[in-house]
Write a protein that binds this ligand. Sequence first.
Ligand code: DC
Length: 242
Amino acid sequence: MRVIAIDGPAASGKSSTAQAVARRLGWAHLDSGALYRAITLAVLDNLGNNEEGAKGKGGGWGPQRIIALTEDLPVRLVLAGAVFRPEVAGVDVAEAIRSERVTRRVSEIAAIPEVRHWVNVRQREAALDYPQGVVVEGRDIGTVVFPDAPLKVFLTASPEERARRRLAQRGGAGGAGLSDRTDPDELRRETEALAARDHADSNRAVAPLRAAPDAILLDTTDLPLEEQVQRVVALAQKRFSG
Ligand code: DC
């Protein structure tokens, strides 16, 4: 199986690392979070912004209604070049899924077992579309989706550093040099928001965020992106040679 599983909490550097590693190896890149986000977007646009959300019974967002919607629209991952892009009803939603209203509700959707099952099946199908190899990022790739992946990496970084990266991304500053200008209150709020999402993702009943026992842990708090990428590429070259 030519799969590299990259897991870790929000803003630990998964996306940039996974994208760069895939490009360097000539493999495809698959972001499983994008699929959870695309489903969330589809639900908010088509089933209404039900505050009861995933907990709602009958008139709420029942799992069956969500799955039927994702099948009917459909919500899909479409291979464009070597990148799997999220689509809803034939429209690319790579940007729309990053909106605040999706970010706020995605943990609820990702906690529904039927949704996780649906997403996992799509990911395994997608991997078959790119036999050269796929770098898959998420929270449960090494533990649940591809437990037999020959290389599993679990990225971590301190909550404050992750909050800093999030703010830098949002401000378009690209990270470096941001620390001098960061408003301490904003940084504290972002750190708390990330901690809340980590908590929700780590404590849910199904497939909580956690490193697989055979994952290689990489703390990226003080590690430049280029070095993270080089380390994972070197590991991949060793694991997948021959
Ligand atoms: O990585 P992200 O922020 O785009 O992920 C969006 C949400 O989806 C996040 O709340 C965690 C969830 N997720 C998950 O539960 N399992 C995955 N494999 C990927 C993401």
